[in-house]
Every structure is written in structure tokens, then in C-alpha cells.
Design a protein around this ligand. Sequence first.
Ligand SMILES: C[S@@+](CC[C@H](N)C(=O)[O-])C[C@H]1O[C@@H](n2cnc3c(N)ncnc32)[C@H](O)[C@@H]1O
Length: 207
Amino acid sequence: MRVKALLYPLIFLAISLTNGETDSFLPEEFSQEPKKGENEQQELLHHPNWLAPFVPTPFTVVKAILKLANVRENDLVYDLGSGDGRIIIMAAQNFHARAVGIEFDETLCQKATSAIKQLRLHERVKVIQGDIFNQNVSPATVVTVYLLPKSLEKVVPMLEKQLNKGTRVVTVDGQIQGWTWIRKRQVKDKARAVPYNLYLYQVGVFR
Ligand SMILES: C[S@@+](CC[C@H](N)C(=O)[O-])C[C@H]1O[C@@H](n2cnc3c(N)ncnc32)[C@H](O)[C@@H]1O
């Protein structure tokens, strides 16, 4: 159990190789790589509901996720495991939507909240510090999920129970078993050797 908890993030980090992002719209200190110690998430690794380490999605891929979901001004985007807030911030800043992030990690929540404040997006974007499994995500019109594939399976029952018909769901690098995606996109980014696979689903629309 302990070995798995250490091994998963290492594998996840190894395939992601995230570095060198330049397409940032965020305050300068925000776009830098996590400082030593900031990303260790040691306590969270052993939490039974821990679903993935913090591996930020490159900004080019964030943009592709939001485009794939066709995010518009009247959307409410929920990012499950919102990390430093980059998806919810871009949803508001570039796509004019409202957005909510749910994030376990206190440091990441603080970082996101501070960027939201600096960018004066606090009326449209918020971060909830807490466990995805304890939240009501039913108001969402768009949900984004970048978690370990095994973890994705765990959140699906919650999505099936709570989401309204028509809600768009975009997953990164993992398909939802038993659902049929309606669009798929591959996005290359210099940060990673293999492309990112994005899948768009719509609740109640199975092809
Ligand atoms: C792969 S990162 C994705 C971050 C962000 N969505 C992005 O795409 O840049 C997954 C995030 O989920 C968070 N997380 C893991 N388990 C969680 C849980 N049960 N509730 C809330 N957040 C969780 C981690 O702390 C991490 O920041």
C-alpha cells in the first residue's frame, strides 16, 4: 500500500515531465515550477481518498480542454482536483465562464486563491479546499478531470449520480469505462514526450 502510494506519483510524474511552460497568463511567480517541498504532498499520499499527485496541465493543453468542451460565458466549470487553479482561471479569463475548483491541498488552494484575487476574478472563480467526494458538483455545466486512471473510476459513480443531463465532461489521459466519448483530441506539448489525450463526454449522450 505504502509502496503503491509512492510509486503511482513517480510514474505519473515521469510520463508527464512537465517543465518549460511559457504560455502563461498568470502572475509571474505563479507560472514557476513548484518550489522544493511545495509539491511533496506527503500527508495526502496516505489519505484513503487521495486521487492523484499535483501534476499541472500545460497551458496549451488547458486551452484545448476548454475549447473541446466549448466553454462559453454562461457555463459553470468545475475542475475536480484543481491544483494551482490554472483550468478554472483560464475558464474565467479567456472563456468568460464562472468556475469552481475543488482541491485537497491547502498550499495549492492558497496559491490559486491568491492568483484569483490578483487577477480580480474572485466574483467568477472560487476554490473549495476539500475532498472531491464530499462536494456537490451538480450545478456544473462542464466538468474537467485530470486524475490517475484508477482514480477516475472512483469518481464516476459520483458524476453519474450528481450531474445533470447535457453536462459536458472532459477527461485528460483516461477514458471513463462504460461511457462513450463524443469527441477526442490529441494535444502535443513540448513538456511531454507523449501527447495528451482529451476525451469529451456529455451526460445522457452515449454514442
Ligand atoms: C493531476 S493534478 C491536476 C491539477 C489541475 N486540475 C491541472 O489540470 O493542472 C490532480 C490534483 O488533484 C488533487 N486531489 C487528489 N485527490 C483529491 C481529492 N480527493 N479531493 C480534492 N483534490 C484532490 C491533487 O492534490 C492534485 O492537485
